[in-house]
Design a protein around this ligand. Structure first.
Ligand code: ZN
Length: 275
C-alpha cells in the first residue's frame, strides 16, 4: 500500500510535470476502478488542464481548471506510471486501468493508472463536492497536517481503544499511515505494536507523536531519492523493521519478530519495543 512518504513525492513530481497541460486523450482499459459512468469520466477530463496534484492521506487529488477534482484512492496496489520513461517508451503494464495523455511538444507525455488487484477507486467530482468522496470524507487529519499539533493528536488518541497499531493505520484517526509506516513509527517510538492505548503513559503518547513526524520526514527524503521519476516504485528496503523478520534489529541486533494477525504483517523488535 502506498503511504505518505511515497505519495508525497509522487504528488510533487506529477505537479511538476503536468501542471498547466491539457489532457488530450483518455483511454479506459479497466472501467471497474472508475466510480462514475465512463462517458462522464472521459467528457469531464478531456481538454481539462491539471492545475496541481495534492496528496491528502493516501489519496492523490488532481485539481483541474474546471474546478473539478480527479480523486484517486489507490488502496492496496494502485499506482501511476509514466507512459514514457526517461529512456524512451515504457511497455504498458498488463493491469493498466486507464491512461491519460497530456499536451507536450517535445515528447509523449502521459500517465497510466495501474492496479494489480483493481481495488483502487477513482472519482471525478466538482471541487465543492470533494467531501462526498467515500473514505476521503471520513478521514481524520493528515499525519503531516500542520494543524495536527501534539495537543490535537493527544485529544484524538483519547477517543481510541485497543491496540496502538490499529489506531495508527486507521485513517479515521490520522490519514496517510499504513501497515509499513505504522511498524516503523512504533519502532522509532519504542512501543510494542499490540500495546493497548489505554496503558500508554502521557510521556509515551507524546513520544508516539514525535516518532510519527520524525519517521515520516526521514522516510520521505529517502523515498524521494529512490523513486526519482520512477513514480510506480515503492522503495521499502531501507526500512528498519517492516518485513525484516528474522534479520538483526538495526538498534540492538536481536532478531526482528514478525507476526501476521488478521493476515497483516507486523514487524517489531521485542528488545527495543518490549511493551
Ligand atoms: Zn532492537
Amino acid at each position: 500500500m502506498p503511504e505518505i512518504p511515497e505519495l508525497q513525492h509522487v504528488a510533487r513530481i506529477l505537479t511538476d510535470q503536468l501542471a498547466g497541460r491539457p489532457i488530450t486523450s483518455i483511454d479506459v482499459q479497466k472501467p471497474i476502478v472508475i466510480r462514475l459512468p465512463r462517458e462522464d469520466f472521459e467528457a469531464g477530463l478531456l481538454g481539462a488542464q491539471v492545475r496541481s496534484v495534492q496528496r491528502l492521506g493516501k489519496f492523490l487529488l488532481f485539481h483541474t481548471d474546471r474546478d473539478s477534482v480527479l480523486a484517486v484512492n489507490p488502496m492496496l496496489t494502485g499506482r501511476f506510471q509514466w507512459i514514457s520513461g526517461p529512456d524512451g517508451k515504457q511497455k504498458p503494464h498488463a493491469r493498466t486501468c486507464f491512461t491519460l495523455r497530456f499536451l507536450d511538444d517535445d515528447r509523449p507525455l502521459g500517465i497510466r493508472y495501474i492496479d494489480e488487484r483493481y481495488l483502487g477507486k477513482v472519482y471525478l467530482v466538482d471541487a465543492e463536492d470533494l467531501d462526498h468522496v467515500p473514505v476521503l470524507n471520513e478521514q481524520g487529519p493528515d499525519a503531516l497536517d500542520p494543524d495536527l499539533t501534539l495537543d490535537v493528536f493527544l485529544k484524538r488518541l483519547k477517543r481510541y481503544r485497543g491496540q496502538v497499531k490499529n489506531a495508527l493505520v486507521n485513517a479515521k484517526f490520522i490519514a496517510g499511515i499504513g501497515n509499513a509506516y505504522s511498524d516503523e513509527i512504533l519502532f522509532t517510538a519504542g512501543i510494542h505494536p499490540f500495546t493497548k492505548i489505554s496503558t500508554l503513559s502521557d510521556e509515551r503518547r507524546t513520544r508516539l507523536y514525535e516518532a510519527m513526524r520524525e519517521t515520516l520526514d526521514w522516510a520521505a527524503e529517502i523515498a524521494a531519492n529512490e523513486i526519482g521519476r520512477k513514480i510506480d516504485r515503492k522503495p521499502r528496503d531501507f526500512l528498519n523493521v517492516h518485513r525484516k523478520g528474522g534479520r538483526p534489529c538495526p538498534r540492538c541486533e536481536s532478531a526482528i519478530s514478525e507476526v501476521s494477525p488478521n493476515r497483516r504483517v507486523t514487524s517489531f523488535c521485542r528488545t527495543c519495543q518490549p511493551s
